[in-house]
Write a protein that binds this ligand. Structure first.
Ligand code: SAH
Length: 348
């Protein structure tokens, strides 16, 4: 599929044509990654952040939220709860928090790896090379860093550099791959200033980067942020931050990157609380990342407002998600569900 065709599909709204795209994506999903839906427990380990991202509620300048940083014991307890919920992976995510230093994260990884069979995914922002290398050597399996948009000017506008250090996220992803991480990335859909041509480029870039995981969700304005409170005037050809566009992008990504892991994201489940996960699973997704953050911290990790399951316990969230997967006639993935063992797991 060339760029023009991707762009046309992204804009498509005719239900008959869309069904054709979605059926194609579903067939590719079934053939390459099977019926299993892999569950990753998402543990939001700190909401401190050094960055000033225009889209995210955790940006450093937001003085209206109390900040928290989980202790090693709290993180270990969280990881074990993810394991007890039947998940094969724990994803540790945070703001870009340099207060969680190299040694701290190393110790967390070593303890999870010694005390559980879980795969460990990190999503800690643009951390330094020596940190990434040490964490990989300590046993971290995967790293997630969305490039958010392939439009460099738009990215710089919504994600100001930290001091003089400007990080090229594409180069960062290649570095992660060379360190042996299973590498995940992704974008927000419908950021003000994002065009359909840009989003088509994003999807082609997923393909050329040969990513192991690709996450996409709608951009959800947060009123406390620069982008949420004073959005720029809509650009010509602005991408809609709606469910159909997200589904089209998911389906196209599945078709172009057939064996990658694609989550039905929390952001998609937030804009359609009743059917978001099911829509994602039906348009190419094969992963869900249920939140296992302790209840007292969930409300403090509002990257965008009205996130789903903010007042649930990890066990309750897990049970609901598992029931929804079964109701959608899919199976619960077993084991870590890495890119290259996803299909084997299905056949268990
Ligand atoms: N600090 C880490 C984790 C960020 S949160 C990092 O920068 O990688 C994970 C993802 O949430 C972000 O990469 C972004 O794509 C998404 N996100 C942040 N704010 C959002 C918003 N307002 N609407 C939708 N998604 C958002």
């Amino acid at each position: 599929m060339n760029k023009k065709q991707v762009e046309v599909w992204l804009r498509e709204r005719d239900p008959v044509k869309l069904q054709e795209l979605w059926n194609r994506a579903d067939a590719v999903r079934r053939k390459y990654v099977g019926e299993a839906v892999h569950l990753r427990g998402l543990l939001e380990i700190s909401n401190y952040c050094a960055r000033q991202c225009a889209y995210c509620g955790l940006f450093a300048g937001n003085t209206s939220i109390p900040r928290y940083r989980m202790t090693i014991d709290e993180i270990l307890t969280g990881a074990k709860r993810a394991m007890e919920c039947g998940f094969g992976t724990v994803v540790m995510q945070s703001g870009e928090d340099y207060g969680m230093d190299k040694a701290f994260i190393t110790e967390v990884i070593c303890r999870i790896k010694t005390e559980t069979p879980l795969a460990v995914t990190l999503s800690l922002g643009e951390r330094k090379d020596d940190e990434l290398l040490e964490w990989r050597n300590a046993g971290a399996d995967r790293y997630l860093l969305r490039f958010e948009t392939s439009d460099a000017a738009l990215f710089d506008a919504i994600h100001p550099p930290l001091g003089r250090r400007r990080v090229d996220r594409i180069a960062f992803l290649k570095k992660l791959q060379s360190m042996g991480y299973e590498t995940g990335s992704g974008v927000m859909i419908g950021i003000p200033g994002q065009t359909y041509a840009t989003l088509a480029n994003d999807i082609l870039l997923f393909q050329s980067l040969d990513l192991d995981m690709i996450g996409m969700g709608p951009y959800i304005p947060h009123p406390g942020t620069r982008l949420g409170s004073t959005p720029p005037a809509a650009c010509e050809d602005q991408v809609a931050a709606d469910e159909t566009t997200v589904c089209n992008a998911l389906a196209l990504t599945r078709i172009l990157c057939p064996d990658t892991n694609i989550p039905a994201t929390t952001a998609l489940a937030t804009i359609d609380k009743a059917h978001g996960y099911e829509e994602g699973l039906a348009r190419g997704a094969n992963v869900i990342m249920p939140n296992v953050t302790p209840k007292q911290y969930r409300a403090l990790y509002q990257i965008y407002p009205s996130k789903v399951c903010i007042d649930e316990t990890p066990e309750y969230t897990a049970k609901l998600v598992q029931e929804r997967i079964i109701a959608a006639h899919r199976t619960i993935g077993k084991g870590p569900g890495g890119r290259f063992d996803a299909h084997t797991e299905t056949e268990e």
